[in-house]
Design a protein around this ligand. Sequence first.
Ligand SMILES: Cc1cc2nc3c(=O)[nH]c(=O)nc-3n(C[C@H](O)[C@H](O)[C@H](O)COP(=O)(O)OP(=O)(O)OC[C@H]3O[C@@H](n4cnc5c(N)ncnc54)[C@H](O)[C@@H]3O)c2cc1C
Ligand SMILES: C[S@@+](CC[C@H](N)C(=O)[O-])C[C@H]1O[C@@H](n2cnc3c(N)ncnc32)[C@H](O)[C@@H]1O
Length: 643
Amino acid sequence: MSYAEIEWNNGIPRSALFNDVYFSESGGAAETEYVFLQQNDLPQRWADLDRFVVAETGFGFGLNFVITANAWLQSSRQGACLHFISIERYPVSPEDIDRLAEQFPELRGLFDALIKQYPPPLPGMHLLEFAEGRIKLYLVFDEIHSALQQITHEVDAWYLDGFAPARNEAMWSQDVFSLIARHSKTGASFATYTASGQVRRGLVQAGFVVQKTAGHGNKRDMLKGQIFEKRSFKTSEPWYLWRPCETAHRQVVVVGAGLAGLSVAWALARRGWHVTVIDKHDSVAAEASGNPAGLLMPRLSQLDDTDSRFYSNAYVYAVNALEKLQNNSDKLFWHQSGSVLLTSADKTSKLSQQYSNINEFVSFQTKQKLSAITGVAVNRDGFEFTQAGWINTQQLCECLAEACGDALTLVSTNVESISRTDDGWKICLDNKEDIQSNFVVFANAASCRSFSQLEWLPIESVRGQLSYVPATDKSHVLKCGISAERYITPEQDGIHVVGASYSAANDSTELDLADHQHNIETLHQVLPGIIDTSVDIRGRVAFRAISKDRVPVVGAVPDRTAFLRDYDDLQHGRISKSYPAATCLPGLFISSGHGSRGLTTCLLSGEMIAAMIAAEPVPVEKQVMDYLNPARFIIRQLKRKRV
Ligand SMILES: Cc1cc2nc3c(=O)[nH]c(=O)nc-3n(C[C@H](O)[C@H](O)[C@H](O)COP(=O)(O)OP(=O)(O)OC[C@H]3O[C@@H](n4cnc5c(N)ncnc54)[C@H](O)[C@@H]3O)c2cc1C
Ligand SMILES: C[S@@+](CC[C@H](N)C(=O)[O-])C[C@H]1O[C@@H](n2cnc3c(N)ncnc32)[C@H](O)[C@@H]1O
């Protein structure tokens, strides 16, 4: 994906690809106000609501978004949230957005906030937040048809803004209209500047009642309409269907005060929910999340697949979230010094093709360049992530707990079991009174398997040992983290953190000399001579939670018994649409299996779980939600019939 080529003419941007203008000469802002806000009856329709969902086809410069966000800030009620989904296949560069923003001094603040968080041109859904979370932008960089298949949101108002239909058929196809109808709430509206007969007929065929009305400026007509009768749609994989339910009890229990649990807590606290986080230790981040330094880095993939979408979207979200958290904290935990990744020559060559032209995200560099970037002699070519960095995970967790403020209660005890009662879930604690809650989130790494509801989940603990290595004359100049088979972070108080060993069949919590030597020797192969290989053993042992497919496990907890009953004959290949929708254990969620990339994945996963619990739009594509869904293991087994 690369940025759109824009031609500027008297302040009006034109797309070189479509040979069409982004805004008419009669005035972009006035046209947006008239066509999209007024004709969707906004802001009147949202005045009394806690939540309103707008979706747009064609984000372009974000002018419609910024004008809508501005109207929302002036007219919505306190505590209400605008969810704005916008789809864009040819992202406009932040430089071009900045150039347009100069024409709108009254909207400068919102444009600046947009540019600051603007994602690199990476496919997938990017979540951006404005005005302390009062506005959420779900920016989907993808082709319209696939993007509409990936949203799970129910929309109140549509802005159809995809260049003239005659110049861009893809944005106005019957399939696109059907998907728009499918994602609409009953009573949802649309507005578009075009009065094309083909668009009118297409929207009518999709189920909308369409009306022609006076256009803006020198345009005679435009279209608007509403959908009142929604057709029923069958989903192709009903076992992954997610149906949120609203609740009046805004209170959740989270098991585990590591990065996964505190990310969920922070996401819920920001929504005004109360969260009780229970951990068997007396302090937060006492296990895997207690490391003094780890690298924030996405997992690169040789394909634009679901895995790379999840990791790159989560990484971009984490970078923005960390900046916000760091700005509000006295502790320095986020060191945005960039990071370097060294892979084998073959992999480097394949990856550099996949990620060419996305230098804002990752760029290929020769070993000479990398030596200059890092400050130390590197003996392989590799990749530089300029927005990445290293994190003191323990302090990040403390900061997340502080950021929750009064919304968080921390309880130190072991959670023994949970069981269903008429009033929700009874949480049985060691040496403390039981707690009752409608919602429970398991964020207790591989220990989630000790609960009967999750004992089937294929997650295991994998031991990892960090080595603390004294800085040398050659190493203390290291400017950023370097990751190869082992990683090293810049020195803090004269010590580098080198990590980490990986041993599944070892549950020892003692430091191991062989692991220590292996850490140091492996690092020595890519960074020869920068650290002293004969130093004494010092370090830390912790355990990662690794799922069978090495992908995090995030979502609602399936009711395994119901799954085995409802999907028993899956291996015979019956048409999947004829199966019933998924049954989940009501109010139970999980965020675990973050493996060796939890710094990248926990924050977005926390936001996902919070959105599911609060019955809000989920900030990842459907394919990502399904990819992380805990039920995937049951479905795979049923398809192979090895249960
Ligand atoms: C050695 C090592 C190096 C790593 N380096 C990196 C890195 O560089 N970059 C990166 O992105 N990731 C790295 N990771 C991974 C990262 O640290 C984890 O993915 C992340 O911290 C996971 O957090 P968590 O909250 O899921 O688990 P944890 O931090 O382990 O938290 C789980 C919590 O649940 C609690 N708990 C368990 N059972 C119960 C119960 N029954 N009742 C109450 N409490 C319970 C535990 O006490 C624990 O505090 C590394 C991991 C290790 C081990
Ligand atoms: C008229 S402009 C939108 C202007 C925008 N709403 C704004 O406020 O700045 C139309 C947009 O649709 C995008 N677009 C065109 N074809 C597309 C497709 N097939 N899928 C997704 N986006 C597409 C274009 O790149 C362009 O940014």
